[in-house]
Design a protein around this ligand. Structure first.
Ligand code: HEC
Length: 233
């Protein structure tokens, strides 16, 4: 009898503590429109704002003096979805004549185009990506890459490093921070000095400046390319 009572007491105690740590009624986070669910896995047919469009805007448009929250050149800020939508005229319109974002990135006259000289224009791939994103509804979407991180195959300069830097870095590095990442030799110098890896992996203010930290997988792949000699492969 005594034994049963003690057992019963222990079970009740166990449930009490278990419940304390894992409440049966989960506490719902307030839905935040700025943080849409991150669970969507990346699909090849969609363009995702946070993953693909925002890094291009951060790198090419938010340099010092331009469309960041401090300088707000022409009243335009391109550091987040909300800022883009509230400061750029018709930014969600698929009509390239009305949509100011599409208009300026497609402009070829040097005094009209964005980013302006001496910065390079966006690449045709970047323009196509942004156009597709607008045509798909200009949503504040993001995705999670659930595929395993493959650090072995395809971690080459041409196949991985250059496209990564073109998306996240070269809009600024050309002209900013005293560091060029435009040519292979520029990148190699930064890689072999250790600066490239440090800049993206440090805990505080990692590059890309003002943007989201690169994914762990991208950082691991970059490290692998550097450790293998930062080859022009
Ligand atoms: C919005 C502009 C911007 C973007 C995008 C950006 N940088 Fe920078 N970067 C700077 C500026 C400005 C500096 C000078 C130091 C500072 O102000 O933090 C700098 C400094 C650096 C330096 C040298 C000193 C340091 O801080 O480590 C390296 C290396 C670097 N960046 C690499 C990168 C890489 C790699 C990327 C892309 C993953 C990137 N940057 C993206 C603006 C940018």
């Amino acid at each position: 009898m005594m034994k049963t009572l003690v057992m019963f007491f222990l079970v009740v105690l166990g449930i009490f503590f278990a419940c304390k740590h894992h409440p049966l009624i989960p506490v719902e986070d307030e839905p935040n429109p700025n943080n849409p669910p991150s669970g969507t896995s990346c699909g090849p047919d969609s363009v995702y704002f946070e993953n693909q469009v925002l890094p291009i805007l951060i790198s090419n448009c938010t340099q010092s003096g331009c469309h960041n929250t401090t300088n707000r050149a022409d009243g335009i800020v391109l550091t987040s979805y909300d800022q883009l939508m509230s400061t750029v005229k018709n930014a969600s319109s698929p009509d390239a004549g009305k949509n100011k974002l599409l208009r300026v990135i497609n402009e070829t006259r040097p005094d009209k185009r964005m980013p302006p000289p001496p910065s390079s224009p966006l690449t045709p791939d970047q323009i196509a990506l942004i156009t597709t994103w607008v045509q798909q509804g200009a949503r504040n979407n993001r995705c999670t890459d659930n595929s395993p991180c493959d650090t072995l195959s395809s971690v080459t300069y041409s196949g991985f490093v250059k496209p990564l830097l073109t998306t996240y870095c070269t809009g600024c590095h050309g002209t900013q921070g005293g560091v060029s990442l435009q040519t292979y030799n520029d990148v190699r110098n930064q890689a072999l000095s250790g600066q490239l890896y440090t800049s993206v992996s440090r805990a505080v203010n990692p590059m890309p400046k003002g943007g989201q930290r690169l994914s762990d997988c991208d950082i691991r792949k970059l490290k692998r390319w550097i450790d293998a000699g930062a080859l022009n492969n």
